[in-house]
Write a protein that binds this ligand. Sequence first.
Ligand code: FAD
Length: 186
Amino acid sequence: MAGARLCIPRQIVAELQDYEAQYGANDSTYWLYFELLWREYFQWLHYRYGNRLYLLRGIRNQDPLLSKNPKALAGWCEGKTAAPFVNAFMHQLRNTGWMSNRGRQIVASYLINQLGVDWRDGAAWFEAQLIDYDPASNWGNWQYLTGVGTDPRGRREFNIGKQQREYDPAGAFVGKYSHRHAQRTS
Ligand SMILES: Cc1cc2nc3c(=O)[nH]c(=O)nc-3n(C[C@H](O)[C@H](O)[C@H](O)COP(=O)(O)OP(=O)(O)OC[C@H]3O[C@@H](n4cnc5c(N)ncnc54)[C@H](O)[C@@H]3O)c2cc1C
């Protein structure tokens, strides 16, 4: 892309600080900085723990009590679960190669907690689909949600119904991605 350049986080933060000095801080500048810290965290975590980021028992060496279940995994990948909100996110991923951070957390929680599937299968599916795939962020976030990463609070479980009521109250997102090819054919 003409004019595009690769930025490292320090450069982004420097630009952010310049912007804030000129126009003032706002919610968006705060969150951008905050989220970049998460990114940094996972990059350093990978640097520190190396291959342990890819192990079932994770960095904490915890047994996540998950199993191989090819049928449940396939349904999740194809957006054919019992949860329309999860399905919409999975269709979005297949159609566009992208999903919001909230969506990633919701579908990961569903795979781990509702379907009881080995978290590494979900991480591998994300690896194959995401256009912004990054080893440290992907596998680090999956470990974090499964409760085998460094977070002492353990596994994260999202209430899918509550999430849907909060983030898609009118069902616009589910409507848009209710079918795997909805985006392409509309
Ligand atoms: C299960 C799971 C898998 C993920 N896999 C990846 C991946 O492969 N590649 C990737 O770049 N990000 C990954 N993320 C992090 C995050 O979802 C994306 O970076 C985010 O969706 C990008 O959206 P945005 O650019 O609008 O970010 P914003 O929310 O505007 O945040 C700004 C920047 O902060 C960073 N960031 C935000 N949230 C996170 C987070 N939770 N972890 C790490 N960095 C973060 C990203 O660089 C992002 O571009 C994953 C998150 C989860 C929960």
